[in-house]
Design a protein around this ligand. Structure first.
Ligand code: IMP
Length: 200
């Protein structure tokens, strides 16, 4: 019998990437897009880990089902780490993904290639009965491009060039993004931990 898991996000890009991996792990997955009565969660912590733990705990407290939450974002060195935990709200509420990365490119318009270093970070928090949130992390290093390219993925993918590639994250197939992305790495850490707990 498969185990139930709620993925505590309503972000369609994240849902697609996380569901593809956790369904392979044998979970019967639902996201906040499938559930009525999902609580509104204010992401007011100043770390990815803190926000992920808050999201997972809040959703677990409502539904009582093991819950996995993702908090992630883009950390740009030339902007002292911005947009960071504010990646989803960069430039203010109501902007589209395109408007947000256009703003980022504008902010970096005079920044030379060697100073355009950045990374995507992901913290996953898993909550089940009686345990504090367990955190799993993943990072991918790269650079911000000068113009957008590609239409796979979501968010800042069209302007992020992974260090081991010559193209943007949005030019990678779903399969290749999964192999190298911050989220793919964090999900593999989660999977490894799950296997260890089952084997114990
Ligand atoms: P939050 O975790 O809900 O606060 O939102 C994270 C935000 O970071 C997303 O809305 C995207 O803008 C950005 N982000 C996180 N992961 C990715 C990714 O894999 N590709 C592109 N953008 C991402």
């Amino acid at each position: 019998m498969s185990r139930k898991l709620i993925v505590a996000t309503g972000n369609r890009g994240k849902v697609k990437e996380i569901n593809a991996i956790v369904a392979e792990m044998g979970f019967d997955v639902q996201s906040l897009l499938d559930l009525e009565g999902a609580p509104e969660i204010i992401e007011d912590r100043d770390t990815f880990e803190g926000n992920a733990a808050k999201k997972a705990q809040t959703v677990f407290d409502v539904f009582g089902v093991p819950t996995l939450a993702d908090d992630s974002g883009l950390v740009v060195d030339a902007l002292d780490g911005a947009p960071g935990v504010y990646s989803a709200r960069y430039g203010g509420p109501g902007l589209s993904d395109i408007e947000r990365y256009e703003k980022l490119l504008h902010e970096l318009r005079d920044v030379p290639d060697e100073q355009r270093t950045a990374r995507f970070e992901c913290a996953l928090a898993f909550v089940e009965t009686g345990t504090p949130p367990r955190i799993f992390r993943g990072t991918i290093e790269g650079k911000i491009s000068y113009s957008p390219s590609g239409d796979n993925g979501f968010g800042y993918d069209p302007v992020f060039i992974p260090i081991e590639r010559q193209c943007t994250m949005a030019e990678l197939s779903d399969e290749n993004k999964k192999k190298i992305s911050h989220r793919g790495r964090a999900l593999r850490a989660f999977e490894k931990w799950l296997k260890q707990t089952v084997d114990q």
